[in-house]
Design a protein around this ligand. Structure first.
Ligand code: CU
Length: 541
């Protein structure tokens, strides 16, 4: 720098301030030169040391990075090796039409396609408009709109949530939608997996009687929401028009024992009795009447509970359809062993999460490991939604107890106090702890009654049923009789009427519950976490 060249030797620049040499008449030119030489050597030594430290730090980082990359590739395959999550695309003209098109209805997940190369995946949906139970136990019905597979299960009448589609990154989704004659509203589909105008919404808009088809390349792996985006979008989603599409990475996630499809959504209704209608103001105010998993209260609880064994691993593909709320998804009594946040399947999963957040219009993929026999309760941990609005699911884990992981003191209840009874006791019934029945009839919930039994077992209502569940198994009483059930087992059970006329809520070990039968009739009941436990009360006039 020219400035420096012209500078008198005794002057110092600000950068040299730390080793500033005071001007002094006794310093000769020679002294200054030697001093300069010493300073220069010192600076060189410092620079070498600094370089060494930096190099050392770099080599540590490199090792860590290499290790992480190895783990990453080991788990997730080759897609990330290119540095891009979008694979090299095979021209559409060269793609075969897939023969193993994977679609399923909740809570089932179709298996991953067996092929290892891309294909054209042809899927046809039809729109369903109908009236369906959204709270079956309480007889609440609502006009639900949804989707079902053309030529699929004709018994699917609700279409809420819509079927789940499974394809592979790099595939072309050839999607056809039909809005059958006789429907009232136009509809369409916006796929969050689709790159293109409106996720395909405009191009799939069908009035009743119309059919349309789109081709869409699946560029990103992940689990994505789809929904109707026609007209008043909030109205169409609030009527139930949503579902999920899984786009597997080139190397799918490792195989697990169970895969389930769960959609959280909201119903905004004019009441909670009989046939209710959409409350559009409540949609605007973000105040749902119901928050549910898989389209109805109880769709994955009670006799619809999911089931796994101790030692098994289950994976849940989860969509939060909203329309308004974010979900705080939590498994009571366990952990998310793995979470692929926002369902980004090439991400390194989080391990050991308690509660994971799913935005409205987003998804997640979580895994559970069966550790000890128990009933895991899946909730939105904004708990009013679970307790008061329906966001409860159950996973019954059966198998050998493991006192190394969980045990209770002798004579103590397996679940303390009011532990996680998500069913508020109904009016006119009473739950007590180990109170003796005060007259009427009594029935024991037998020890070991959770042992699995085939749902169609021939001895279901026999006196000597094995394994025993409720004893007495079939009881005949006069109208007006009060029956008291006592849970003699070491885990939670319920007394739940098939027709919804009574429900005990969870009874902890030792708890009792009473109900008075005033109306003659035959009342079959079961245990909601262990639906193969069945028994009957016959009430005579
Ligand atoms: Cu619609």
């Amino acid at each position: 720098m020219t400035q420096m060249i012209n500078r008198p030797p005794a002057e110092v620049t600000p950068s040299e301030a730390g080793r500033k040499v005071p001007a002094h008449p006794h310093y000769t030119l020679g002294t200054i030169s030697i001093l300069g030489l010493v300073l220069t050597i010192g600076a060189v030594i410092l620079a070498v040391i600094a370089l060494g430290i930096t190099a050392g730090r770099n080599s540590v980082d490199d090792a860590l990075v290499a290790e992480k990359v190895d783990t990453f590739l080991g788990e997730n395959g080759t897609a990330a090796a290119t540095g891009d999550v979008i694979p090299a695309l095979v021209p559409k003209a060269d793609l075969p039409v897939a023969t193993d098109v994977a679609v399923a209805t909740a809570p089932d997940m179709p298996p991953a396609p067996a092929r290892t190369t891309p294909a054209i995946v042809e899927v046809s949906f039809e729109v369903v408009e109908g009236v369906n139970a959204i709270d079956p136990a309480n007889g609440v019905e609502f006009q639900t709109w949804g989707y079902r597979i053309v030529g699929g299960d004709a018994e699917v009448v609700s279409g809420t949530p819509g079927p789940v589609i499974r394809a592979r990154v790099g595939d072309v989704l050839r999607f056809t939608i039909t809005n059958p004659e006789g429907n009232v509203h136009p509809h369409n589909v916006d796929f969050h997996a689709v790159t293109g105008q409106g996720g395909g919404a405009e191009a799939t808009t069908v009035a009743p009687g119309e059919t349309k088809t789109i081709d869409a390349r699946l560029l990103y792996p992940g689990f994505f929401m789809y929904h109707c985006a026609y007209g008043d979008i909030a109205q169409h989603i609030s009527h139930g028009m949503y579902g999920g599409i899984l786009v597997d990475p080139e190397t799918p996630l490792p195989t697990v024992d169970h895969e389930w499809y769960i959609v959280q959504s909201e119903f905004y209704t004019t009441g909670k009795e009989g046939l209710v209608e959409l409350d559009r103001a409540a949609v605007r105010d973000e105040n749902p009447t119901y928050v549910v998993f898989n389209g109805a209260v109880g769709a994955i609880a009670g006799d619809n509970a999911l089931a796994m064994q101790v030692g098994e691993r289950s994976r849940i593909y989860f969509i939060n359809a909203g329309i308004n709320l974010i979900s705080s998804f939590h498994p009571i009594g366990s952990h998310w062993d793995k979470v692929y946040p926002e369902a980004t399947l090439l991400s390194t999963p989080l391990r050991g999460s308690q509660t994971t957040l799913i935005p409205a219009g987003g998804g997640t993929v979580v895994e559970l490991v069966g550790q000890v026999p128990s009933t895991l309760v899946l909730v939105d941990h904004a708990l009013a939604r679970a307790i008061d609005k329906g966001a409860i699911g159950q996973v019954v884990v059966s198998g050998e107890a493991n006192p190394e992981i969980f045990s209770v003191g002798e004579g103590e209840s397996i679940v303390g106090g009011e532990g996680h009874d998500m069913t508020p006791p109904e009016e006119g019934s009473e739950t007590t702890v180990a109170a003796a029945p005060t007259g009427g009839e009594s029935i024991d919930i037998m020890a070991g009654s959770s042992a699995f039994q085939d749902m169609d077992s021939p001895d279901e209502f026999a006196e000597n049923e094995s394994p025993a569940d409720y004893s007495v198994n079939v009881i005949t009483v006069k109208a007006g009789t009060t029956i008291t059930w006592t849970n003699q087992d070491n885990m939670m059970h319920t007394v739940t009427a098939v027709d919804g006329s009574f429900a005990s809520g969870f009874l902890d070990a030792g708890q009792t519950w009473s109900h008075t039968f005033d109306e003659p009739g035959e009342y079959e009941y079961f245990c909601s976490p262990h639906p193969w436990m069945r028994a009957k009360v016959i009430v005579e006039p």
